[in-house]
Design a protein around this ligand. Sequence first.
Ligand SMILES: NC(=O)c1ccc[n+]([C@@H]2O[C@H](COP(=O)([O-])OP(=O)(O)OC[C@H]3O[C@@H](n4cnc5c(N)ncnc54)[C@H](O)[C@@H]3O)[C@@H](O)[C@H]2O)c1
Length: 247
Amino acid sequence: MTDFTGKVVVVTGAGGGIGEGYAKRFANEGMKVVVAEINEEQGQRVADEIKQAGGEAIFCKTDVSDEQSCIDCGNAAQEAFGKIDYLVNNAAIFGNMKIEGYMNVDIDYLNKFMAVNAHGCVLMTRGCAPHMPKGSAIVNQSSTAAWMHTGFYGVAKLTVNGITTSMANELGWRKIRVNAIAPGPTETAALRNTAGDYADELVKSMPIKRLGTPDDMANAALFLLSDEASWITGVVLNVDGGQFMRV
Ligand SMILES: NC(=O)c1ccc[n+]([C@@H]2O[C@H](COP(=O)([O-])OP(=O)(O)OC[C@H]3O[C@@H](n4cnc5c(N)ncnc54)[C@H](O)[C@@H]3O)[C@@H](O)[C@H]2O)c1
């Protein structure tokens, strides 16, 4: 497998849950990590814990729905580490999100939600791509919810899937690959806040009857980022215990 030592990775939403799992696993693989997170306390904690464990990390307060904030994050990564090899667009409004339908959701909330969950990956890609050399790679965080008629949360993830294929086309000439991971229900505090015990019910109908873990996602992300995946772009990879099978 690719030796990730010295590679530079930006992980958005890395202040907790799956993003924290990505950041810490990538650091364990020898990468220099930019923890790009809107929650200052959580983001700083993750960067500090990586450093205490002997890794290299910086915290960069980032709002993925704000264009200048994303540009600043790309510049901060360049300044700290000299380049960006990988970008993982994981941030989303997920824990404690409003569970409402299109007919009743507040329009300002919907617009903000889509700005973060759907288009945040575009702004971050625009902020980071100028610092990404040939051979670099991006992973966007989708969800199996994209195919499960789950209202605006799922529609945002469908948009992420579409952006993934569009950006794979757009950035291919620069030799930057763009793929996505679609996790099934994965054990995080945010999942419990949002779905509660329903997560355990979901698992009962799945071929592999357990929740996913952040490390399941990190394993898949490492593959998609690695040179072993150098001819894979524009793919949405389910990492979901068989929850949603596509043919
Ligand atoms: N946990 C699951 O079951 C599951 C399943 C499928 C997909 N996902 C996706 O995986 C990702 C992580 O999920 P999680 O369970 O770890 O949730 P989480 O809420 O713990 O992680 C999301 C992180 O994004 C941060 N964030 C929110 N808005 C931001 C913004 N504007 N700019 C920067 N950071 C921002 C949050 O502070 C948080 O740290 C999300 O994209 C989610 O949609 C999760």
